[in-house]
Design a protein around this ligand. Structure first.
Ligand code: UDP
Length: 269
């Protein structure tokens, strides 16, 4: 909670002004006041492809229940998410909540699947990616793995850095020099979203996507849950068993479920 408050105070009110939510005209709903777009994975890729050449700057945020709960108490973070160009239904809890609210999302679109498929699109269209964040060396390993899988994929650059404001100038300089079209930011939520909101206007990058632990999965640092657990929406207990330090963050899940049920049965439509 403490670090959330500290981060929230780092966001200047003007930071989200550049974000363009309406130009692409994608339908959306709100879950506990937080926007999520009605998109499939295929649509996501095509929207991101369009964003690259739109002449605007765009933030893409994969949304899970933990983030919805963070946004309840952190208005700066809530503004960043609600002003993002594209908010993906990343968590299974988001899809279940949409069904309960009577405004069902068609499918779950995770950050990791988006990045994996985006690499195919980037290779075919010659789009340049920059991988920012994760522990030192991880973004480099993820980049090499993506290039092994998709020969010819252009990686404009990689850098671990840190989301601390003191490092922003140097990180922005590196990104500008590398001149990518898509920036993948892995500083964990909500730091990564806030980092992008503060910095995207200083960069010439058309699309920034917040990707959480994606580089760890691609680099093989963290194994992803088996496919059958993913299908049943049970990635979160798998991750909790492998990374018990996440238990405190996972407390947000029952709180989210309770808040959604309470909202559903106390709000009249
Ligand atoms: N991370 C980072 N710097 C930080 C905090 C996190 O580079 O100050 C990286 C971390 O190494 C990991 C990624 O952010 O690769 C995602 O972290 P986490 O698992 O907390 O986020 P989630 O996937 O749950 O959004």
């Amino acid at each position: 909670m403490k670090s959330t408050m500290r981060i929230s105070s780092e966001v200047k009110p003007h930071a989200v002004k550049y974000l363009n939510t309406t130009a692409l005209n994608i339908s959306s709903s709100k879950i506990l006041g937080i926007r999520v777009h009605h998109v499939t994975l295929d649509e996501t890729l095509s929207i991101i492809g369009t964003m690259v050449f739109s002449g605007n700057r765009h933030l893409v945020v994969p949304l899970n229940p933990e983030l919805v709960m963070t946004a309840q108490n952190n208005s700066a973070f809530r503004d960043v998410v609600n002003n993002a160009s594209l908010v993906l239904p990343d968590g299974v809890g988001i899809v279940l909540a949409s069904w309960l609210m009577g405004d069902p999302l068609r499918e779950r679109v995770t950050g990791i699947d988006t990045v994996r498929h985006l690499a195919v699109l980037a290779q075919r269209q010659g789009l340049r990616l920059f991988l920012l964040g994760a522990a030192p060396g991880v973004a480099e390993r993820a980049a090499l793995r993506l290039q092994e899988l998709h020969p010819g994929l252009q990686i404009a650059g990689t850098y671990a850095g840190s989301p601390h404001p003191d490092e922003e100038r140097e990180i922005c300089r590196r990104i500008e020099e590398a001149d990518p079209q898509i920036l993948l930011v892995a500083y964990g939520a909500p730091r990564q979203e806030i980092w992008v909101a503060r910095n995207l206007s200083k960069l010439k990058v058309p699309v920034a996507i917040c990707v959480g632990g994606t580089f760890d999965f691609i680099a093989g640092v963290s194994p992803r849950a088996p496919r059958w657990l993913q299908v049943f929406g049970l990635e979160w207990p798998y991750r909790l068993i492998r990374e018990p330090r996440r238990w405190r963050r996972m407390l947000a899940l029952p709180l989210f479920a309770a808040a959604v049920v309470r909202y559903r049965f106390t709000t009249t439509y």
